[in-house]
Design a protein around this ligand. Structure first.
Ligand code: SF4
Length: 348
């Protein structure tokens, strides 16, 4: 019996750590060119509710030469067991220690994730500081909303990706796989990454100060762009989207199918980070939403859908969409709108 099976009865919610969910993906490690693990710095039931994880998981795994697995922050009980047994934090799909991947890709939803990111690196057997890693270690990549202001974590990160990641992560994984197979050193890989759209490599920039000691900004060290620009995907209908969502094994905080109908927000409230970093507003077409809905329901067994958007009432086809969804043949489908401004409600 494997070590994990032996300790599972001692853990609260063991289903967090077993993997094997409906629509999870296993591949032969010898037949892929790059192995990455999508690392969510919070508990399974929170991370499995995050649509971004499902989007990237399916976007990468539809490529035969790449394999994306998952890891979530362990609860205290598993953390203690790992430390007591001298074992490393592992992926759900193949139970591979984090240190053995090509890329460990964290999402940073907010600053409170930072300590969990550092703890997961340590538990996974990866030096916490980027400068202490060697060619044998994975590249630690950061994405998500918190990647727009990554500097507090910069020393722990090899690269940061800013923007829409569906296509970019596939391209970056392929690039890293190719370079590692060609025995490129860490520095060379980081320089290549820094030339890709939306990628910031903290170790290739240094702070600049005025004579009075005031911070003026970052300047590149070597031949990398002076300004890192966010990567933007203009058309949601053209992007890979999760039509075979992972179905969690324990109750999650959002236990339903999620379909993104709109990215960005037209309102521009000055205090709102999501509204600022996701500009411009882009909509998925009703036909695109329906396609994802039908496939997602059929492959997951859900009977409720959440139409995700920053301000769903601003989607120009929302009423039409709701009418289409509620008149779908077969089992009735409940639709929920998690973010709605009151003045966008109509009587219809
Ligand atoms: S998401 Fe809400 S708070 Fe943010 S810009 Fe839109 S309306 Fe304003």
């Amino acid at each position: 019996m494997e070590w994990l099976e032996q300790i599972l009865p001692q853990l609260r919610l063991p289903g967090r750590y077993t993997g094997g969910e409906v629509n999870s993906v296993r591949k032969d490690p010898g037949r892929v060119d790059c192995r990455l693990v999508l690392a969510y710095p919070d508990l399974y039931e929170i991370g499995m509710s995050y649509l971004g994880l499902q989007v990237l998981y399916q976007a990468v795994n539809r490529e035969p030469d790449l394999w994306a697995e998952r890891v979530f922050a362990p609860d205290r009980d598993l953390e203690r067991q790992l430390q007591a047994a001298g074992r490393r934090l592992f992926s759900l799909e193949s139970r591979t220690p984090l240190a053995d991947f090509d890329i460990v890709g964290f999402t940073r939803q907010h600053e409170l994730n930072d300590l969990d990111i550092l703890a997961m690196l340590r538990l996974g057997g990866i030096p916490v500081r980027s400068c202490e890693r060697t060619d044998a270690h994975p590249l630690v990549l950061l994405g998500g909303p918190g990647a727009s202001h990554p500097e507090p974590l910069a020393e722990a990160l090899d690269a940061v990706f800013v923007g829409d990641g569906e296509r970019a992560l596939v391209e970056l994984a392929r690039l890293v796989g190719e370079l590692r197979r060609g025995r490129a050193g860490r520095r060379r890989i980081l320089e290549e990454l820094a030339r890709q759209p939306g990628v910031y490599v903290p170790s290739l920039y240094r702070p600049r100060y005025s004579a009075a000691g005031d911070y003026l900004g970052l300047e590149p060290v070597g031949d990398v762009p002076a300004v890192v620009r966010r990567r933007l995907e203009p058309d949601l209908d053209e992007l890979p989207a999760p039509d075979q969502p992972l179905v969690a094994q324990v109750q999650t905080v959002h236990d339903r199918l999620a379909v993104e109908i709109q990215r960005g927000c037209t309102r521009g409230c000055r205090f709102c980070q999501a509204g600022m970093i996701n500009r411009p507003t882009r909509q998925r077409s009703p036909a695109g939403v329906l396609r994802l809905l039908r496939r997602g329901l059929a492959s997951s067994g859900h009977d409720e859908v959440s139409l995700l958007s920053l301000s769903a009432g601003d989607h120009p086809c929302l009423v039409e969409l709701l009418e289409l969804i509620t008149s779908e043949p077969g089992h009735p489908v409940a639709a929920s709108l998690p973010s709605l401004r009151a003045e966008t409600l109509t009587t219809r």
